[in-house]
Design a protein around this ligand. Sequence first.
Ligand SMILES: O=C(O)CCC(=O)C(=O)O
Ligand SMILES: [Fe+2]
Length: 224
Amino acid sequence: MAALSFISQECGDSGTDETLFALIAEDIEKQGFSIRHGALPEDMASALYAHQLNLNGQKYIEAGIGRGENYLVSEFVRTDEICWINGDSPAGSRWIGWTGQLQQFLNRRLFLGLFSFESHFAHYAPGAYYKRHYDAFRGQTNRVLTVVAYLNPSWTNEDGGELVLYRSDQDREGTRVTPLFGTLVVFLSEEYPHEVLPAARDRYSIAGWYRVNSSQDHRVDPPR
Ligand SMILES: O=C(O)CCC(=O)C(=O)O
Ligand SMILES: [Fe+2]
C-alpha cells in the first residue's frame, strides 16, 4: 500500500508537468507563444534563484549580440550580464533536466525536431535593458524556440522590467509580461520581436533556446 501510494505520487508529480507542457504546446500551436504564470516547479525555481544570487560578479560576462567570432558587446542594445548554465550545480542540472523533458514533450506533440538547448542566467541591474530585437533570423540561425524563466519574488508593476512581446514588426504596443517568480514564457524565436524594459530593482531570469541541428559536412555546429 505504501509502495503504491509512493508510485502514484511520483506519477502525480510528472503528471503535473505533463499538464503544463500540454498547455504550452497548445499555446504554441494556436498562437506561437505561451505565457504561463506559476509554471516553474517552486523548489526548482527557488534553487535557481538562490544559485543566481550566489553567483559572484566574476562568473558573469557582459551580454553581447551575435555568436562565436561575431559576438559583440553593445551598450546601445543591451546592458545585462549573463552566465551560461552547464549543469554543474544541482540547480542548473535540475533546470537542464526539466527543460529536456519539455523538449521531448514538444517534439512528440508538435514535431518540432528540437535537437539541443542552451541557456544562461541573466542579471539586469537597476536601469539595465535589452532593446527590441529578434533572437533568430530566418535562414541564418537554428534557434527555434525561446524560453524565458523569471525568478523575482514579489515583483510589482512599479518595479518595471517587463518583457514586451510584439506580434510583428508593425506591432508597437505588444504584450507586457511582469518578470515575477515562477512565470515562464515560450515563443517562436523567428516570429516575435521583443524587448526588456529597464527595472527599478535587480532583475533575475534565465533565457534559453531550443535549436535544431544544422551541422553540415561533418562540421560540428558550435552551441553559441
Ligand atoms: O529577460 C527577458 O525577459 C528576455 C531576455 C531576452 O530577450 C534575451 O535574452 O534574448
Ligand atoms: Fe531575446
